[in-house]
Design a protein around this ligand. Structure first.
Ligand SMILES: [Zn+2]
Length: 277
């Protein structure tokens, strides 16, 4: 399969030059650069959020390309690095940076302190997970310890002119956070919402429902900036997701598919894969 240029939204953004063909970098407005990895099926997106003198890197990607080199070709001033949650495709290049800010949660601390299970990571980097036209089609996962600083909910990353507040949004992962910018009504959603089937890996669906209720009440008029496939979606999508989640929780809709321990649901605005039960 050829993943290149299949996502329409990128056509409206200007591509920004950097030297590694693995990454595609786009200026998505709001002084934000999307660092997109289109050649791996995860299609993860990291973001460089710029202010006048300081920037914030939201996640470090798969670790297939050299994220630090990429960032430093795009930005020659100070920057900090923050992880959205502990999953492998968001922390891959953490080890390259002097320090990474991580949420104070056991799952996050574990992921930056000891190797991820081979059974979890290795299947993600087999040949068939890469696009046929990928400039790199292999990756060897290797654990490297990192230097990190913990933060908790309510932490504000102050870049000078722009501020980003942390909210804890468990569901997709127990340690999932989002960044809120109230002045510009921007919400960096991590993997709690993205335009692809949503995943609830663990026994956290009730928490996911509560998170979606909170998001639909507070952030319906925000612009969402998501961490997979395409950057933007409107926050007005949240109430419908919350309604669908409630129906799933109350067993008012049935799964459309089952595989192993998991089941898949479809609703107006989203699909969801969760553990059975
Ligand atoms: Zn994730």
């Amino acid at each position: 399969m050829d993943w290149e240029n299949v996502r329409e939204q990128y056509q409206q953004f200007k591509e920004v030059k950097q030297s590694q063909p693995w990454f595609k970098v786009y200026d998505i407005g709001h002084d934000i650069l999307a660092i997109y990895e289109p050649y791996h099926f995860q299609e993860v997106i990291s973001y460089l959020i710029k202010d006048e003198e300081k920037a914030l890197l939201w996640d470090t990607g798969l670790g297939v390309g050299d994220m630090k080199k990429c960032v430093e070709e795009l930005w020659d001033k100070e920057y900090i690095v923050v992880n959205s949650h502990h999953h492998f495709d968001h922390i891959g290049d953490n080890w390259q940076f002097d320090k990474v800010y991580v949420f104070d949660h056991p799952d996050m601390i574990k992921a930056v302190s000891e190797p991820l299970a081979d059974s979890y990571v290795l299947p993600q980097f087999t040949d068939d997970q890469f696009a046929d036209n990928a400039p790199i089609r292999t990756h060897t996962y290797e654990f490297r310890p990192i230097r990190y600083e913990l933060f908790t909910e309510g932490k504000v990353f102050d870049l000078g002119r722009r501020r980003f507040r942390v909210i804890h949004t468990p569901g997709h992962a127990k340690d999932a956070i989002m960044l809120v910018n109230e002045e510009e009504k921007l919400l960096f959603t991590g993997d709690t919402y993205y335009p692809a089937p949503l995943y609830c890996f663990e026994d956290t669906f009730d928490e996911y429902v509560a998170t979606m209720k909170y998001l639909s009440e507070e952030f319906g008029d925000y612009q969402l900036i998501t961490s997979h496939n395409e950057p933007y979606r409107p926050g007005s999508i949240f109430p419908s997701i919350y309604q669908g989640f409630l129906k799933i929780q109350n067993k008012e809709i049935c799964p459309v598919k089952e595989f192993g321990e998991r089941e898949m649901y479809e609703f107006e605005t989203f699909s969801l894969i969760k553990k059975k039960g």
